[in-house]
Write a new protein. Structure first.
Length: 395
């Protein structure tokens, strides 16, 4: 036990040196390091999930569907809510601390001094490679963009493109076309795209598929018996529209990877989505969502349309707060600004009052939950983490 704890402290010490900001890293280090050390890694071609929103839930649905059919599956996602190891899901659960530390030691033996040259996300990506080397299917979620993302260096079995919109514009570009282009440049020879897209995004996908001579599938609705099973599942777990659509993407991917005949069996065995923070109902009156952009706000507005909620909110200052709150306005009763500590990025905090005033929305600082009012906690992974820890401590 003491040995494990010593190793854990080494991992934490390593991560503490690394910035989690994507705009502070040399985006070509991963490519150089993979070329240098790839002979040390055995990994099957990955299923690569790229997009602005919906990557985590699409990947986890597909993971659970494949697991239901008896396959060993590894799912790498980011960021995490509470613990770093949440990023690594294998064979039905988050990897153990022991497995994570063993993978870390293996990386240290492979990279030696070069390990320190990796960014936070690059290091995590190589950990995933090491952890999932014995899996039948490996599902990687891109961190930011696609073209220069650490996950893009690996051979791909299938690319899955979720909905594409505006986010990380300082890195990916300030137009929808630029953002879409950098994502689609990593398209595999087989690719699936959500058909619920801006027409410009779909046109860009078709153009790049043509240039790459890739087979591009557009998402489609389940049919016949599969549609009945799908509808039963959606009703059983009361899925909001955005999760419903992400499940469709996962089912489409399963059909491409295996066959239509496998869908019914996989759906019958599919349990509740095993992923925190995606419009997650904590109590009858409390929901949390890790979304942080206009697209996520629109999805939540669609979920709660016709209701009025208390919005527990904060945001990084570089986000489009006005457009986010404007999108949520139809369902907001009161905004309650949740203040917490952010070390690397500046929070909006009291700037939210100005936006709320411009939108004619009531706004005050969060003090405590009103247990009789439906409440939505929204704004970022970090906000949800901080809120849930505080809420849990007070229970």
């Amino acid at each position: 036990m003491k040995k494990i704890m010593k190793q854990i402290s080494k991992v934490n010490e390593f991560l503490a040196q690394k910035s989690t900001n994507y705009d502070k890293i040399d985006r070509f280090v991963m490519f150089r390091m993979y070329e240098k050390y790839k002979a040390n890694f055995l990994i099957k071609p990955i299923i690569h999930i790229i997009g602005t929103n919906g990557k985590g839930s699409t990947g986890r649905f597909l993971t659970q569907l494949l697991e239901g059919l008896g396959f060993k599956v590894g799912h790498y996602t980011s960021p995490h809510i509470f613990e770093f190891r949440e990023r690594f899901y294998k064979n039905g659960s988050i990897v153990s601390e022991n497995d994570l530390e063993f993978a870390h030691e293996n990386l240290l033996n492979i990279f030696k001094e070069d390990l320190n040259k990796l960014s936070y996300f690059e290091y995590a990506t190589f950990l995933a490679v090491e952890l999932f080397k014995d899996c039948d299917y490996v599902i990687f979620e891109a961190g930011v963009g696609g073209e220069y993302d650490a996950t893009s260096v690996f051979n791909k079995k299938l690319s899955i493109f979720t909905k594409v919109g505006f986010d990380h514009t300082q890195i990916l570009g300030d137009t929808l076309e630029k953002i879409a282009r950098t994502k689609f440049k990593v398209m595999a020879q087989q690719a699936l795209i959500s058909s619920k897209q801006d027409e410009r995004v779909l046109q860009m996908a078709q153009k790049i598929a043509f240039l790459k001579n890739a087979k591009l599938y557009f998402s489609w609705q389940p049919k016949g018996e599969n549609l009945e099973q799908f509808d039963d599942y959606v009703q059983k777990y009361n899925l909001p529209e955005f999760l419903r659509h992400n499940l469709i993407l996962a089912l489409n991917a399963l059909e491409i990877l295996l066959s239509k005949e496998k869908l019914s069996q996989a759906l019958l065995k599919l349990g509740k989505l095993n992923l925190k923070g995606r419009c997650e109902q904590i109590t009858p009156y409390l929901y949390v969502d890790v979304g942080h952009n206009v697209m996520a706000a629109n999805a939540l507005c669609e979920k709660f349309i016709g209701e009025k909620l208390v919005l527990v909110y904060n945001s990084y200052l570089d986000k489009d707060i006005f457009e986010i709150l404007k999108a949520l306005k139809p369902i907001i009763d009161t905004i309650k600004i949740y203040k917490y500590t952010s070390l690397e990025r500046r929070l909006a905090d009291d700037e939210i009052y100005k936006v709320a005033n411009a939108l004619n929305l009531r706004c005050e600082e969060f003090v405590s939950l009103d247990k009789d009012k439906k409440t939505l906690v929204f704004g970022s992974f970090a906000l949800v983490e901080s809120f849930l820890k505080e809420w849990s401590d007070k229970k």
